[in-house]
Design a protein around this ligand. Structure first.
Ligand code: ATP
Length: 340
């Protein structure tokens, strides 16, 4: 349940948690003429005050991110006719289940997608229904080639490790419980994290960019000649373009993910999403994750990307694209279609 029907639609504002992709979200919202609200811890406020073109118009200060859920803070946002833009940190701090059940402020996109993206089992089911090639999952006794062991919960790759056989798996498992990890075939190739935006207003899936995550220490290992155990902690992102002949296949993947979402959680995915892939030498994409909200990799394109410029003849970041969708939904009197 959200309260969008009670909103004064000429006084909408856009709010998000000061973290992740918030600068881009505020910047884009301002470009589209919205007032902006930053939900922040006192320690982060000064950073978000620094940038004149991305500084939120107003701050709501929180002692801890737990306070995002309090009735008082939700009421403050409802009184300001705020639409919250969920990003990775917001979903992590509030929790997908809480967003679905206990959060009454209108949230951009379909909350159902947060439930589906935050469980590895569910996201795998989603990717398979969308006919993406998903690297094989294995039980410990099936490990017969290089595999990556992933810990539960999206922690930006933190704590992941590699194993080649069952013995190595148990040696490296440490204090982690077997039921809390998954083992997946390791795909050697080049990583591409594809950004999309599904517009329910325009009824089209836009391909807005690609980034590559810069992960420590694995992305630094080619600089040394000794064996060092790789780790996968995300530290940043870099822009990439891809062979143009691969673009049709990428767009098909995006469209298939949207189509599958409609079967899994009606009315399906709406707004930004990302398919994380690895491209092998035979030019096949393996998909290991869907993020069903703005991803931090879009921060490399605050003024639009090498692909967004073919849809829009003005700088169009994902943050601005979100605000544009809200603006168009408002003009069409269909705000309820873009929030949940
Ligand atoms: P987030 O939710 O922040 O995207 P996560 O903790 O769910 O991260 P993944 O995105 O699944 O983790 O993986 C983290 C990193 O591990 C990837 O960016 C990639 O570098 C590497 N990785 C994941 N799966 C595979 C795989 N099957 N083969 C090779 N590398 C992989």
């Amino acid at each position: 349940m959200n309260n969008i029907a009670d909103y004064k639609i000429d006084h909408l504002s856009i709010g998000t948690v000061c973290s992740h992709s918030a600068l881009q979200i505020f910047h884009g919202a301002k470009q589209e003429g919205f007032k902006t609200i930053g939900l922040t811890l006192p320690s982060r406020k000064s950073t978000y005050e620094l940038f004149p073109l991305a500084r939120p118009d107003e701050f709501i200060e929180l002692e801890s991110f737990k306070q995002l859920l309090t009735t008082e803070n939700q009421k403050k946002l409802l009184d300001k006719n705020a639409i919250i833009i969920p990003h990775g940190s917001f979903v992590e701090y509030v929790g997908a289940k809480n967003i679905l059940e206990n959060y009454n402020v209108p949230v951009f996109g379909n909350k159902g997608s947060m439930i589906w993206e935050s469980s590895r089992e569910k996201v795998t089911q989603w990717m398979e229904l969308a006919k993406l090639n998903v690297p094989k999952y294995k039980s410990p006794d099936e490990i017969d080639s290089l595999c990556i062991v992933k810990l539960g919960g999206a922690k930006g790759g933190r704590g992941f490790f590699l194993v080649k056989n069952e013995t190595e798996f148990y040696d490296k498992l440490g204090p982690n419980k077997i039921e809390d990890v998954v083992v997946q075939e390791y795909i050697v190739g080049v990583r591409y994290y594809h950004h999309f935006f599904h517009s329910v207003i325009k009824n089209r899936t836009e391909f807005l960019g690609i980034d590559q995550r810069l992960e420590s220490n694995v992305d630094g290992l080619h600089r040394i000649h000794e064996y060092v155990e790789p780790s996968y902690t995300v530290t940043g992102n870099a822009p990439v373009v891809i062979r143009e002949s691969l673009v049709p296949g990428i767009i098909k993947m995006g469209e298939n993910v949207v189509k599958a979402s409609k079967e899994l959680f009606s009315p399906g995915l709406s707004g930004p999403f990302c398919i994380e892939t690895i491209c092998t030498p035979d030019l096949k994409f393996y998909a290991f994750e869907i993020s069903a909200r703005i991803v931090a990799g879009t921060n490399v394109y605050p003024l639009g990307s090498q692909y967004s410029c073919y849809y829009f003849d003005e700088p169009m970041s994902t943050g601005r694209r979100i605000a544009r969708e809200i603006k168009e939904a408002k003009q069409n009197d269909s705000l309820e279609k873009v929030v949940s």
